[in-house]
Write a protein that binds this ligand. Structure first.
Ligand code: 1HN
Length: 333
């Protein structure tokens, strides 16, 4: 090495002799050679750490209900089963999205707090549950999307007579890189709130489905991107939501995006064919209320196996941050 380039000023004063010694000695100076790891740093294709994973609701619901016996919402603060990507651990459902299933039982309160992290929720089952967001009490019904924006006080409760379950989507993985997420508890269990049925933090399902159904007779597929007043294009600056309709017997085009997704089946039956960037193919069978994770840059198509009617999918995506960083790419294959 250095022997063959003795003309480099300073190299001659180096006490390093062998290559092995070079690599050992520079480590003590808190430096490392880029040339041995360059390919890993700049790989030929995206390389998410997360893998395809699915959480069928019929497997999860019984344990979620058991958690209702083991711990109260008050004790737990948030009674949630995190959806853990098997190749990563919590809080990762995908590399950039955290998701969990939350349970509130009649009369319970998940106490008021606020945090830097943004949350959106998709209501899975139950009725007469509510989330109070910064003084607005929003009743929750199946299919609603409810936002709790960054640093907004929020608590959950239920005036219903059965379990209330929803899917939480948060941008928690982001704070592994930007360690600025923190929380504050409100001095009382509930933040004072008034019933509100027209909030910028609530998106009922019916108008979303009506939009997806607009060209139902002629189009086998439709996609709807949720949009907020505040962030115009997306529900937040980090993560957002989308809904899709797949017609009976139809298979959608194969598409890949530099975006990861946590899918939740609102209604219907079918499967998704997902090829991750490393070439591994997975077929995720799904039906109503199931959830599955899709790593970024996976080629994906959905198939609805029903004889009639459409399947409806909701998904949390990380498109806002990917787009705002200028990293959004999409390909149809
Ligand atoms: C949180 O505040 C909620 O407010 C749900 O319902 C899940 C996961 C991690 C950190 C905060 C909620 C959460 C969370």
């Amino acid at each position: 090495m250095a022997n063959s380039t003795p003309s480099i000023p300073g190299a001659e004063s180096s006490t390093l002799s062998t290559e092995d010694q070079f690599y050992t000695d520079i480590a003590s100076k808190n430096v490392a050679p880029l040339w041995t790891v360059l390919n890993k740093m700049v790989p030929p294709k995206p390389n998410p750490s997360s893998v395809v994973a699915s959480w069928p609701y019929e497997d999860l619901r019984p344990v979620l209900m058991q958690s209702g016996i083991m711990v109260s919402a008050e004790e737990a603060e948030r009674r949630v089963l995190m959806l853990v990507n098997p190749s990563m651990g919590a809080p990762y459902t995908t590399d950039t999205i955290y998701a969990g299933l939350q349970l509130i039982l009649p009369g319970e309160t998940a106490p008021a707090h606020r945090h830097v992290a943004f949350a959106l929720r998709f209501i899975v089952e139950g009725s007469r549950g509510f989330t109070a967001v910064e003084g607005q009490k929003l009743m929750m019904e199946r299919g609603d999307v409810i936002l709790t924006p960054s640093w907004h006080w929020h608590d959950h409760g239920s005036e219903g007579d059965g379990p209330m379950v929803w899917l939480d989507g948060l941008d928690l993985p982001v704070y592994r890189f930007l360690p600025i997420n923190f929380a504050e508890n409100y001095e009382e269990a509930r933040y004072p709130s008034k019933l509100s049925d027209n909030s910028s933090c609530k998106f009922p399902w019916a108008p979303v489905q009506a939009t997806l159904d607009e060209n139902k007779e002629t189009e086998i597929y439709a996609r709807y991107d949720y949009k907020s007043d505040e962030h115009r294009k997306h529900l937040s600056k980090t993560i957002s939501g989308q809904a899709e309709r797949v017609g009976a017997g139809a298979t959608t085009k194969k598409v890949r995006e530099t975006v990861s997704f946590v899918y939740h089946v609102y209604d219907g039956e079918g499967f998704s064919t997902i090829v991750t960037p490393d070439g591994k193919e997975d077929k995720v069978q799904w039906k109503g209320k199931d959830t599955f994770a899709v790593p970024a840059w996976s080629t994906m198509s959905h198939t609805c196996t029903q004889k009639s009617g459409s399947a409806y999918l909701f998904a949390v995506n990380d498109k806002p941050m990917i787009e705002s960083l200028g990293l959004y790419k999409r390909e149809e294959l």
